[in-house]
Design a binder for this molecule. Sequence first.
Ligand code: ARG
Length: 560
Amino acid sequence: MERHIFALQLSHLLGESFSREWVYAQIEIPKQETHGDLAFPCFSLAKHFRKNPKDIAEEISLSIKHDVFDSVSATGGFVNVMLNKKFITSHTLKQLLSEPGEFGTHSFGEGKKVVLDLSAPNIAKPFSMGHLRSTVIGNAVANLAEKCGYEPVKINYIGDYGTQFGKLLAAYQRWGNSSLIKENPLHELKKIYVKFHQEAEKNPDLIEEGRQWFKRLEHQDEEAVELWTWFKDVSLIEFNKVYQLLGVAFDLTRGEAYYNDKMEATIELLKENKLLEHSEGAEVVRLDEEGLPPCLIRKSDGTTIYATRDLTAAIDRYQTYAFDESLYVVGHEQTLHFQQIVHVLKKLNFEWADRIQHIPFGMMLKDGKKMSTRKGKTILLEEVLKEAIDKARENIEEKNPQLENKDETARQVGVGAVIFHDLKHDRRNDVEFSLDEMLTFEGHTAPYLQYSYVRAKSLLEKGGFTSSSAAAEIDDPEAWSLIKTIRAYPEKIKMAYETYDPSTIAKHLLDLARSFNQYYAKTNIVNSHNKNEKLTLVYAFSLVLKDGLQVLGIEAPEKM
Ligand code: ARG
């Protein structure tokens, strides 16, 4: 609100050459609080007005006036505004406390649908750290979409098809042991898959065997389909354990194979539009004009591929959901693939092709290198989660052995640590895998946030606070930084959704907890004369923190 008022007054003063949106976007929050709460830099105006920024700032500052502003001043080319703390504080609390569930929500997404493609692990392979990234980032983006008014639809597009299954079937014929697979499916299947690649280096016949098995699968050969179905079923059981631990659910779980009998229609459509060309025995769509390599549609041996299935799935999703946005949360190594998909859909004249967006994220690296299943270089997510939960459990035994629900709390804390470790990084950056860091519970971590929440809750309990006793006004200069952080939350939600980057919220929650802990260190809350005002603030903090954690897909235990 104060930002809008500031922008409105500024743009009246500056005249029509500068749009209100531009002015609004220029407004900054000074790094040093003593400079003010909002600042407008005048440097880019200098040329237009042929005056120096300092003089412009002075002139403007004389004409900015409103009840929400305490003082307006000019320093070094900036117009600085100090807000009316009392007014802003009570406005913020009123907004938050009158309808806590509405705080941080927006209406700009109302009536719109966002389809999200997230997680998408590959069957017969362990759930990788890359798929963890897709799962937790996608889940948080879906939660953000919901807070902005959209209806999110989360789709788990399981990797259950492709030539690699031919290799797996061939490997199973040679070295498979069904009772071992029953005991520990993903581990055993990975083992024979890795072995296949090792042996194939010495014996090229294996590659041909893999190809033959894939052909059998494509032609619905009974034995091939039966094994494939079995691998799929056991994999899904394992994946579901991970989803349960993470607390992530999907609106639709549908694998690539679902599209097998629907791809011919896509190929027909490409033909009708004269887009399909032969190239070295294969069929492709040329994307020369777009400056991209051709999109492979059908291989020379007649088998279809990943891109063909994604094209078919995209069309099917539009027919089913008529989405306003369709987001694919997939690692950045697939950027080219999604560029090709969008361009082929555009060539087919689907006006909705532009609604598709790839939301790439960085890789999880081990010692600076990419992890690869084929070489057996992966880290098992389930083990990481188990270790994190064990560590949380140890902490509880040490610090609070009387706690009820120890198991559930340990799960919430351990899993929270792993999720937050991922989400606090800008999603585009690569992340070096470090179990130690994931298992650190202090500093910039979920357990630190969860602990701050628990501390707030216990203060409220000690002080006998209930939501109905909340104070309407707070006059406490010490609280200003915390109030401002609470107030910025809705804007951060919007920003995080617009950039599809949950790290905005993760970082904001750290700021929030830091402001709270500073406030808490400075003031004696329970024995102070204005105890109720202070507790109201603690309550406000707990509401926003819990909401923010929920957006990130992290639970907040009431005690720990
Ligand atoms: N299963 C694929 C992989 O692990 C990711 C699928 C992403 N989604 C999609 N619609 N292509 O590489």
